[in-house]
Ligand binder design. Structure first.
Ligand SMILES: O=C(O)CCC(=O)C(=O)O
Length: 243
C-alpha cells in the first residue's frame, strides 16, 4: 500500500525554503473590507508615496489605524501562534500597490534593515544606520533578521505578469550575502504566485526580486513583519505592536 506523504506544514517549509505560500488566509469579504479601509485613507503626508508605478504607505498601521482590527483576525493570530509559540509583536507594516502596467521592478536583494526608534551608534553588531524623513533604520545582527517572519498578504490575484515575487529557495540559510555574489545565486529562482486573500510567508534573508507588470491587473499587498525578539536595552522597534 503506498505510503501517504504529508506535505510540509507552512512552518516547516518556511524554515527549510525561506518561504511558504498560503492560498487562503483571508476571505473575499475580509479582503474587500481591507481594500475599502485603505481606499478611505487620506493618502497625504511623507509616509505616502504615489507615482504612476507605485503607491506605497509606510508605517501603515500608524497611518491607517482602522486596518488593525480587520487584519488581526483569529486566522492570522492562529498562524502567528504556530510561528511564534511564545507570542510575538508586529515590527513593520507597509502597503504596496504595483498598479497595472507598472514599470517598477525590484532588483535581487535581502531585507537587511529594521526600523527603530532612535540612533544608537555604538551598539555592537548594529550598523550601518540611516535616517530618512525622521525615520531611523539600521542593519541588525543576522540573528535579529533570522527571527523575523514577513507575512505578505495579497489583495489581488498575483502571478508572474503582475509582479509576483521571485525568490531563491533556501537562500536565507547563507546569512547576509555579498551583493556582488547575488546574481550567481539566482539560477534556481522560482516565482511565487498567490491568489487574492492568500499570503506568502518569507524570511528577510531570502533573496527576492520582482518584475515590472505586464498585466492590466493591479498587485496590492500588505507587508507585515513579526518577531518575538526584543532589541538591546536602549533601542526599540519603531512600529512595535504586541499581538
Ligand atoms: O513588492 C515587491 O515587489 C518588492 C518588495 C520588496 O522587495 C521588499 O519588500 O523588500
Amino acid at each position: 500500500m503506498p505510503v501517504a506523504v504529508s506535505p510540509l506544514a507552512p512552518t516547516a517549509k518556511l524554515s527549510a525554503l525561506g518561504f511558504a505560500l498560503l492560498p487562503q488566509l483571508y476571505t473575499a469579504a475580509e479582503v474587500a473590507a481591507l481594500l475599502r479601509c485603505i481606499e478611505a485613507a487620506p493618502a497625504a503626508g511623507p509616509n505616502f508615496r504615489r507615482s504612476q508605478d507605485v503607491f506605497a504607505i509606510r508605517n501603515l498601521l500608524g497611518e491607517v489605524p482602522a486596518l488593525w482590527p480587520l487584519l488581526a483576525t483569529p486566522t492570522l493570530r492562529g498562524l502567528l501562534g504556530e510561528l511564534f509559540p511564545a507570542g510575538c509583536h508586529l515590527t513593520k507594516a507597509i502597503y504596496f500597490d504595483k498598479p497595472a502596467g507598472s514599470n517598477w521592478l525590484v532588483a535581487w536583494h535581502q531585507d537587511l534593515m529594521i526600523n527603530v526608534d532612535r540612533r544608537a551608534a555604538d551598539l555592537p553588531g548594529f550598523g550601518p544606520w540611516t535616517a530618512k524623513a525622521g525615520w531611523v533604520a539600521v542593519q541588525p545582527p543576522a540573528a535579529v533578521l533570522e527571527n523575523i517572519v514577513t507575512v505578505r498578504l495579497h489583495l489581488d490575484d498575483c502571478d508572474a505578469t503582475n509582479g509576483a515575487l521571485k525568490v531563491v529557495p533556501g537562500s536565507h540559510l547563507g546569512g547576509m550575502v555579498p551583493p556582488e555574489t547575488i546574481a550567481a545565486r539566482t539560477t534556481t529562482a522560482t516565482v511565487c504566485a498567490v491568489p487574492a486573500g492568500g499570503a506568502m510567508l518569507m524570511k528577510p534573508l531570502l533573496l527576492h526580486a520582482s518584475n515590472r507588470s505586464t498585466s492590466d491587473r493591479p498587485r496590492r499587498v500588505i507587508h507585515l513583519e513579526f518577531s518575538d525578539a526584543e532589541l538591546p536595552e536602549g533601542l526599540a522597534w519603531r512600529e512595535k505592536r504586541e499581538m
